[in-house]
Write a protein that binds this ligand. Structure first.
Ligand code: BV8
Ligand code: ZN
Length: 250
């Protein structure tokens, strides 16, 4: 990976730094992505599963799908890319991690300042009374009925056509508007409104650094695009930043 001096300098001197992650950062942990060749949605159609109407039409099917995905995310582990972002949070004065992922791997790796735009697969709530349920409380029956009111329990995840959690979105928007640098990692950048954040950074004069195994709509306006597995690329970037910072006179 070639990290030009001017890019490295901008990465080292950045004060406000943001990372936007998608399913690709968890791919090397063994969590299937959505749109890749072996992606979740190559077999199933999102409209059949990741939306509220589908859930009301067939709560068993959708509940089982999320139960299966919870089981997958529990056995996998964060990979070097997640840990590289934990390191970044220590290096940079202000670091905000914005994730589209629902797999909880960033928090399990140790990231603290995390905005979860699309929810979290371990969180669930009752449609009837709002009672909250942890994923582990649900795993022996589906569809999941509320013990308090008998209502249907759904995952606390943002489905297509649903609003993103306002508090998380506001954190993400504000961090992106003030960012000196945004790392865009492992996302196909096709799902809105998350996909508009890199352009917001660019518009406000920040640098956009893409890490992906293939080109995406971000590639054409990124200040630098590194094509390769996030675990390798991010580990190398963090090492080079640490090296450069250690050379600087105290
Ligand atoms: C909303 C939760 C508004 C469920 C998800 C037409 C045009 C534009 C927009 C729209 C439109 N029609 C509808 C919309 C809006 C819609 C949208 O954007 N649709 C898209 C598909 C066209 N958005 C919404 O509905 C959002 N809500 O807009 O509400 C509103 C306004 C008023 C009132 C009410 C509502 C809600 C969006 C959230 C949907 N929920 N998931 C679940 O997960 O089960 S989206 C789903 O896609 C995931 O959350 C995921 O995070 C997200 C994005 O996918 P990626 O993370 O990018 O994953 P993907 O597989 O696509 O890509 C992986 C990438 O990693 C690839 O690039 C690959 O190359 C790379 N990679 C792989 N391995 C590696 C790697 N990179 C590095 N290293 C590796 N090793
Ligand atoms: Zn209830």
């Amino acid at each position: 990976m070639i990290l030009e001096d001017d890019v490295l300098h901008s990465l080292c001197s950045a004060g406000n730094v943001v990372a936007l992650t998608g399913a690709g950062i968890s791919a090397e942990s063994g969590v299937p992505t959505f749109r890749g060749a072996d992606g979740l949605w190559s077999k199933l159609k999102p409209e059949e599963l990741a939306n509220f109407d589908a859930f009301l039409r067939n709560p068993e099917l959708v509940s089982e799908w999320y139960k299966h995905r919870r089981e997958v995310t529990r056995v996998v582990k964060p990979n070097a890319a997640h840990y590289a972002l934990v390191e970044m949070e220590k290096i940079y004065p202000h670091f905000t991690l914005i994730t589209q992922n629902i797999d909880n791997l960033h928090r399990r790796a140790g990231s603290v300042n995390v905005a979860e735009l699309h929810g979290n697969i371990e969180r669930n709530y009752c449609l009837g009374c709002g009672k909250r349920y942890d994923g582990k409380d649900l795993d022996d029956n589906s569809p999941f009925r509320c013990s308090k009111c008998g209502g249907l329990i759904r995952p606390d995840i943002v489905w297509f056509g649903e609003m993103l959690p306002l508090d998380q979105w506001e954190i993400a928007e504000k961090a992106s508007e003030n960012a000196d640098v945004m790392y865009v990692i492992g996302t196909s950048a096709v799902v809105y409104p998350a996909a508009q954040l890199p352009m917001a950074v660019k518009r406000n004069g920040g640098a956009v650094i893409e890490v992906n195994i293939e080109e995406t709509p971000v590639t054409e306006f990124a200040d630098a695009s590194f094509h390769g597995p996030a675990s390798e690329i991010l580990t190398q970037i963090v090492e080079k930043i640490k090296e450069k910072i250690s050379e600087e006179p105290k």
